[in-house]
Write a protein that binds this ligand. Structure first.
Ligand code: UD1
Length: 425
């Protein structure tokens, strides 16, 4: 399995282009199932999760043509299957996002249950309850969800999410776009990726309003046309490079990053003493001097993103003073803590809170990546640490960070990938 070898201590400087957002791209790709013909998506990131999604779409019968410039044409004229098999869903939980569009398009969908995962139980009960409110019959058998629409198709209804769910909101938006009549979704997720999906669905003719607020209304129409859409820049990738620039006392321009999508992180960065400002078509992040300890608590958007919790914690490990990092979205998302401690951090956890005592500096170590964002955190730690860090199991990173070692290398970071089966010196 590939590993990344990092020699820490070099400030990151220069420009990095922020890729299209993984978490926007995946639902957009599934939404192309809703049109019986070709759709066009631009700014698709080159990521393992995107490849997994395309493989699933190909299995369902979608024709996929992908170009080197990040565009793709997806032709869902003829679907061959309505099943998302265990092997693909196991690899990528977001595969459950095919449930809503398949059900809307075919009247039937069979999707493997995702099961447990490294960051908590992550059930899909809210997706299923929502689809039931649109008239679907749901059965669970042999580890699969079997969903069937009424004979005349899904019917608009009212869905009140018990808890804010990004994927649940997306699945229901896609299912309701062609349901008969009006659907009202309440207590919706408000993430920029939800608005990106709404915009793409509108490009197909869908009648959706209220995205970006907690109430989304959808007036169903019988058929959707082709999608034409450009994926929004990845705010989580941008936040990750922001943390890397800050911890190395660097000066980095994040080309394409959007200030308005990163408000909560930027205000915490400011409290920590890191300067972030809009510059041209992106953001510039600069830091020198001391980092100050700042408490954070994750929340659904516009709160502090759970997907940046680990990276911010890396920053706090070398801040002056003590801070707390509280994870309110997922129940198990501190797997990076023991690994950061191996690098000399001083972190203790109790329930959903991590108590971080700032240390003078981190030191290089061999560490193990356990999930996507935890892996990015170890890279950030490694860039700041004294000496050499080896991050093992980087396949997690490849799921969600496009060309990470090229991007960091171009900023002056000393990082290289040692491929599988190679002996390191
Ligand atoms: C999405 C993101 C992920 C991010 C998360 C929270 C994608 C592909 N992934 O994941 O990167 O960390 O949002 O911002 O966009 N829940 C239930 N029942 C459900 C659905 C969710 O109990 O039916 C719970 C989850 O266990 C979790 C919370 O709700 O505790 C939020 O999960 P959700 O917003 O659904 O996350 P995902 O859509 O899976």
């Amino acid at each position: 399995m590939d590993k990344l070898v990092i020699e820490g201590g070099t400030p990151l400087r220069g420009e990095v282009r922020i890729s299209g957002a993984k978490n926007a791209a995946l639902p957009l790709l599934f939404a192309t199932l809703l049109h019986e013909g070709p759709s066009h998506i631009a700014n698709l990131p080159r990521l393992q999760d995107v490849r997994t999604t395309l493989n699933l779409l190909i299995e369902l019968g979608v024709g996929v043509r992908r170009s080197d410039d990040g565009t793709a044409v997806l032709d869902a004229a003829n679907l061959l299957s309505h099943e998302a098999p265990y092997d693909l869903v196991r690899r990528m939980r977001a595969s459950v996002l095919c449930l809503g569009p398949l059900l809307a398009r075919n009247g039937h969908a069979r999707v493997s249950l995702p099961g447990g995962c490294a960051i908590g139980a992550r059930p899909i009960d809210l997706h299923l309850q929502g689809l039931e409110a649109l008239g679907a019959t749901i059965e669970l058998a042999g580890g699969y969800v079997e969903a069937t629409a009424p004979r005349g198709g899904l019917v608009g209804g009212r869905v009140l999410f018990d808890q804010v769910t990004v994927g649940g909101t997306e699945n229901l938006m896609m299912a309701a776009a062609t349901a008969q009549g009006k659907t009202t979704l309440e207590n919706c997720a408000r993430e920029p990726e939800i608005s990106d999906l709404a915009m793409a669905l509108r490009s197909m003719g869908a009648q959706i309003t209220g995205d970006g607020t907690s109430i989304i209304e959808i007036e169903g129409i019988p058929k959707l046309g082709p999608m034409k859409h450009t994926v929004v820049p990845d705010r989580i990738e941008a936040g990750t490079y922001m943390a890397a620039a800050a911890i190395t006392r660097g000066d980095v321009k994040l080309v394409g990053a959007r200030l308005e999508h990163l408000d909560s992180l930027i205000s915490k960065m400011a409290q920590a003493g890191v300067e972030v400002r809009r510059e041209g078509n992106g953001l510039r992040v600069r830091h020198h001097g001391e980092l100050h300890a700042v408490d954070v608590q994750t929340r659904p958007y516009p709160g502090f993103p759970t997907d940046l919790q680990a990276q911010f914690m890396a920053l706090m490990t070398v801040a002056q003073g003590s801070s707390t990092v509280t994870e309110s979205v997922f129940e198990k998302r501190f797997m990076h803590v023991p690994e950061l401690n191996r690098m000399g951090a001083d972190i203790q956890t109790k329930d959903r809170t991590a108590f971080v005592r700032g240390v003078e500096s981190l030191h290089g170590a061999k560490v193990m990546a356990t999930d996507l964002r935890a892996s990015a955190t170890l890279v950030i730690g490694g860039l700041a640490a004294q000496g050499r860090t080896e991050v093992l199991r980087v396949y997690h990173l490849d799921r969600g960070y496009e060309a990470i070692e090229e991007k960091i290398g171009a900023l002056g970071g000393v990082i290289r990938r040692v491929p599988q089966d190679w002996e390191d010196d």
